[in-house]
Design a protein around this ligand. Sequence first.
Ligand code: ATR
Length: 287
Amino acid sequence: MISRINSETRLYVLIGDPVEHSFSPLMHNAAFQFCGINSVYLTLQVKSDGLGDAIKGIKSMGISGLNVTIPHKVSIMKYLDEIDSNAKNIGAVNTVINKDGRLIGYNTDGAGALASLKRGKGDPAGKKVVLLGAGGAARAISFSIAPFASRLVVLNRTRSKATSLVKAIKKRINIDIVGEELTINTLSRELADTELLINTTSVGMFPKIDETLVDRHLIKPNMVVFDIIYNPPETRLLREATASGAKALNGINMLVNQGALSFKLWINLEPPIDVMLRAINRGLRGG
Ligand code: ATR
């Protein structure tokens, strides 16, 4: 709980639909409290057709900052006064600062993923990376790792989405990159010489926790396997990666790091990452 709410308390919110299962309030309120910042973070459910009104309200009420989640990450862009170049490249915004009435959009998902890869000894620098999926999370992550990886292979169920993501990256970053349909053949061919596998799809997420896209025999002991899912903390993919001798990284650190980067944009202070991580872990345990 925030110890003192008064007339100077500043408000930060997460807008999306649904928002009721989000862990972001736990992590941000813990960080505010730890740093002695007189602010609170709440979730506000905003339906798709209410986004324009919500933005007007945010400006007129002087809400200090936002996180943005499904389904508004793309549609919010047209309401913002300014969008930073990384969020423009990605084509989605997850963080907004209210700077004297001007709303400025950022995307911390990709940088959060990169930070957690580095922290988890899965630095993509100089590595061939196979990335599963081509949705919003895949876009953010691939733009962040493309400048460092030696080769990036995007495999997606819908091939056209993989190829359009690859085209967007090629336009801006000079990297060896290909996009293909996700099939047993493309997976087994590409994983044969890959050191880093990243799953950005929702396959394996609660409640369908027995699903995986990757046959366990394709996972080698020299691989780092990063699954951006955090619920459950150990997906079937990660369980099988560990059993195969590979290094498994889950989405909890990415969640914390993207949140920490939002916190830094809003407050301009070094975020207390360990405090935020403990808050998330407590939430995941149901505490
Ligand atoms: P997010 O913003 O979280 O990335 P998204 O934009 O809806 O969410 O993207 C979901 C990704 O998971 C997509 O790449 C999707 O593949 P399609 O582009 O073919 O839809 C992938 N995905 C979801 N369910 C899948 C499944 N059962 N098998 C394979 N890929 C799946």
